[in-house]
Each structure stands twice: as C-alpha cells, then as structure tokens.
Design a protein around this ligand. Structure first.
Ligand SMILES: CC(C)(COP(=O)(O)OP(=O)(O)OC[C@H]1O[C@@H](n2cnc3c(N)ncnc32)[C@H](O)[C@@H]1OP(=O)(O)O)[C@@H](O)C(=O)NCCC(=O)NCCS
Length: 180
C-alpha cells in the first residue's frame, strides 16, 4: 500500500488587523519569540524592548470555519515624535510565508494605519535579505547598518502608495485574492 504524504492544513482566509483581544497580542508575542529568538537567533530568549510599552501590534489571523483560529503573522508600529513612525518585528509563521501575501498585507496596514494616526514619514530597519520585498512595495533604502550581527537596510516607505487606514483592519484576504 502506498501512503500519500498528508499536506499540513493551511487556512484560505485571513484577517489583518490591529490587536483588540488579549489572546491575539499574546500569540503575536509568541510568534515573535519563535521567529526572532529560535529561528533567526537574533535575540537569546526574549525580543522585547522599550517600544513594546507604546507600540500598536498588528496581526494576521488565519480563519477556520468563518472565525479566527490562529495568529500567523505580526508587525508593530510606533512613533517617537510627531509625524515620524517606525515598523518593526515583522514576522509571518514559517508555513504561511510566500503563500497569501501576508507579509505585504501586514506592511500595508502598518503604514496605512500610521498614516491615519498622523504619520508623515515611515521607516523600518529591514533585514538585507528582505530588501527586495520592500522595494517591490515602494520603499527606498537610505543606508545600511549592522544590527544584532545582521546587515539591515534603513528604508523609508513612499506614502503615496499607502492610503490611510483609520479602521485598523484590511478586508478579509483569501489566497485567491492576494494582498498587494
Ligand atoms: C519577510 C516575511 C515577513 C515576508 O512575508 P511573506 O508573507 O512571505 O511575504 P509576501 O508573501 O507578502 O511576499 C510578497 C512577494 O514578495 C516575495 N518575497 C517575499 N520575501 C521576499 C524576499 N525576502 N526577497 C524577495 N522577494 C520576497 C514573495 O515571494 C511574493 O512574491 P509574489 O508576489 O511573486 O508571489 C517572512 O518571510 C518572514 O517572516 N521572515 C522571517 C522574519 C523576517 O525576516 N522578518 C523581517 C525582518 S525585516
């Protein structure tokens, strides 16, 4: 008897939104730990920093049977002076990468929501391996820098490509109807 390998289940429907529930926030923090501590080893066992005290956390939720089931992506946005905003800790769970454009959708909501909150310039320290992804999404590199032992590009979003998103959520995404 030949047994076919069973493909892992992956949702076809996703919501990308600012966190409103405690479990969403907790799951986003767990995903960050998994990606930045265990997978990338950028931090030993904790990637928290001072921005977490005031940042807005955004999540990508996988939907099952019409309801939210799991946090499969996250990013946070923060501002240190009027008009100047940053995005950081962008992560998509391993099995969901390059699949439903979740990373692009998280970036779209991050910048769009910051714009709705008065953002005039939006920056991120982007791992050099992801620079091409951000360039495709209308970001420009300003300079390079080594952070946590890894080359990063300081990049700036072209805000003309990011309409303000005051509601802090995107319409539901499906694999068939991609995000960018
Ligand atoms: C970077 C990351 C968030 C991207 O998320 P993602 O959901 O896979 O990205 P998307 O599906 O939205 O990518 C959009 C397109 O860019 C491509 N792309 C994604 N990452 C890319 C990269 N690093 N370089 C070049 N192209 C890339 C995708 O293949 C896709 O192409 P398509 O339109 O032809 O299908 C994800 O890979 C991740 O979590 N990586 C580990 C953590 C990390 O590196 N965080 C970022 C720190 S700056």
């Amino acid at each position: 008897m030949i047994l076919e390998p069973v493909k892992p289940f992956r949702s076809c429907e996703y919501a990308v939104k600012t966190t409103t529930e405690a479990w969403e926030y907790r799951a986003a923090r767990t995903l960050r730990q998994t990606v930045f501590c265990q997978e990338q080893r950028l931090f030993e066992d904790n990637d928290d920093d001072a921005h977490d005290h005031h940042a807005i956390t955004i999540v990508a939720l996988a939907y099952v049977a019409g309801g939210p089931e799991e946090v499969v992506g996250t990013v946070r946005i923060h501002s240190d002076r009027p008009g100047i905003w940053y995005g950081s800790r962008l992560a998509v769970a391993r099995g969901y990468r390059r699949d439903a454009h979740l990373g692009s959708a998280l970036i779209r909501l991050a910048v769009g929501h910051a714009r709705a909150l008065g953002c005039e310039s939006f920056f991120a320290q982007v791992q050099a391996a992801n620079e091409a992804l951000f360039q495709r999404l209308h970001w420009r590199t300003l300079r390079y820098q080594t952070l946590h032992g890894l080359e990063h590009a300081l990049m700036r979003a072209d805000l003309s490509h990011y309409p303000p998103l005051p509601e802090g959520r995107l319409p539901l995404l499906t694999r068939a109807r991609r995000a960018s």
